[in-house]
Design a binder for this molecule. Structure first.
Ligand code: SF4
Ligand code: SF4
Length: 382
């Protein structure tokens, strides 16, 4: 993910203008909800081209077109152009041309600056999830496996149980890992998605220097946003640190027999978080885990075609009504499968999907840990 200026995409924008096929609109959650063409990728590409050619001025509706998008990547699925990169560059272009960050994003950015997380939580909140867990802190030069908690799950109380479940599962399976704890940095995902590329690039360099100094060879994270951000940063910076999502680790541990779970006949469906699935390429491992616990049923739009929950890229904070509407659509699709439970493995998706009533939403790691513990209890009492 090397930062590219909008001007570098001009040829792609011309291609879109010439093609105008509109395939990108089929799976775009924003376009499908609002049917406003300037908010589809086809419309947004035209707006960017008009700006570059001096045909448009920067107006409030141009700014809206840049930011009313979840960067879910569904439009890239139907098109050979790098559409989500265009949008990210568009946001950066506007900020560099004097547009103030959206007021809802300003508080996220101020929080990043003051507290190192976008959630207005003090730095001291970052390590609280570790209380009572007996997990070692990473020490300089000798920590091969680092569990990277990510700020969203670490500082948002309702999400802490899923983080704790991830760590407990790794411990149960005997994985030798450590954490940074209270001083853990942000991966920078929020900065990147709202167009603050310079600040992001400074942060990612500091982060990888720090990981290197700790002797880290593998990072395991439970947050899909951290996963794609850290993975792309590692590639860009030429780092040989492997970046894994917790579902890859846990699926391996189930396959090897280090984690054992009894399957129930309950029907559950799985929501692919955009950052894990379409943008991160991880579709099978979470399904293997759900399938080990319950009867997995798929939604009509799944894997590459999965519809975004509506939380990402600042949409939840800047366009809350639309964001909630997208969550409700997703939950309706899940209910249509006949499943009693909607499983996901992303803190943003979990929080977002819980805003729409009608189905039990659970985190995959919590689901697995509870199933293992329940099985053990049954075997002990039986
Ligand atoms: S973004 Fe791609 S799919 Fe959409 S109209 Fe342009 S060329 Fe077609
Ligand atoms: S990234 Fe997602 S929300 Fe944004 S234009 Fe593409 S499909 Fe629509």
């Amino acid at each position: 993910m090397t930062a590219a200026d909008l001007e570098e995409f001009e040829e792609e924008l011309e291609t879109c203008f010439g093609t105008s096929c509109g395939f990108c609109e089929r799976g775009c959650p924003v376009y499908q909800a609002l049917k406003v063409r300037t908010l589809s990728m086809k419309g947004r590409n035209r707006t960017m081209l008009g700006l570059l050619k001096g045909k448009f001025d920067i107006t409030p509706s141009v700014v809206k077109a840049a930011f009313e998008c979840t960067l879910c990547g569904n439009c890239d699925r139907w098109c050979s152009l790098k559409n989500t990169e265009h949008t990210r560059a568009f946001r950066e272009y506007l900020l560099k041309h004097g547009v103030e960050p959206m007021k809802e994003h300003s508080s996220l950015l101020a929080s990043m600056k003051n507290y190192g997380n976008p959630w207005l939580q003090p730095r001291s909140a970052r390590g609280k999830w570790l209380r009572g867990l007996d997990i070692p802190k990473a020490a300089k030069g000798n920590q091969e496996v680092l569990f990277f908690a990510g700020c969203t799950s670490a500082v948002m109380k309702p999400l802490v149980p899923s983080l704790v479940a991830s760590a407990k599962l790794l411990k149960r399976a005997g994985v030798d890992f450590a954490v940074i704890g209270q001083d853990e940095p942000c991966c920078g995902s929020t900065l990147l998605r709202v167009g603050q590329t310079d600040a992001f690039e400074k942060l990612e360099k500091e982060n990888f220097d720090r990981f290197k100094a700790l002797g880290v060879k593998r990072i395991v994270t439970a947050c899909p946003g951290c996963y794609t951000t850290l993975k792309k940063s590692a590639e860009k910076l030429g780092s040989d640190i492997a970046i894994n999502h917790i579902t890859q680790e846990i699926a391996n541990l189930i396959r090897s027999g280090d984690l054992k779970v009894e399957k129930s006949s309950e029907k559950m469906t799985y929501h692919d978080p955009c950052h894990l699935g379409r943008l991160g390429g991880i579709f099978d491992e979470p399904r293997e885990i759900v399938d080990a616990v319950a009867d997995l049923v798929e939604m009509p739009n799944c894997r590459y075609e999965a519809r975004c929950c509506g939380a990402g890229a600042g949409l939840q904070s800047a366009f809350p009504r639309l964001s909630r509407e997208l969550a409700a659509k997703k939950v309706d699709e899940a209910k249509g499968t006949g499943a009693t439970t909607l499983v996901t493995c992303c803190p943003f998706c979990e929080t977002q999907l819980k805003t729409a009533p009608g189905i039990n939403v659970v985190d995959l790691m919590q689901l697995l840990l509870e199933a293992i513990e329940k099985g053990e209890k049954k075997n002990t009492s039986g």
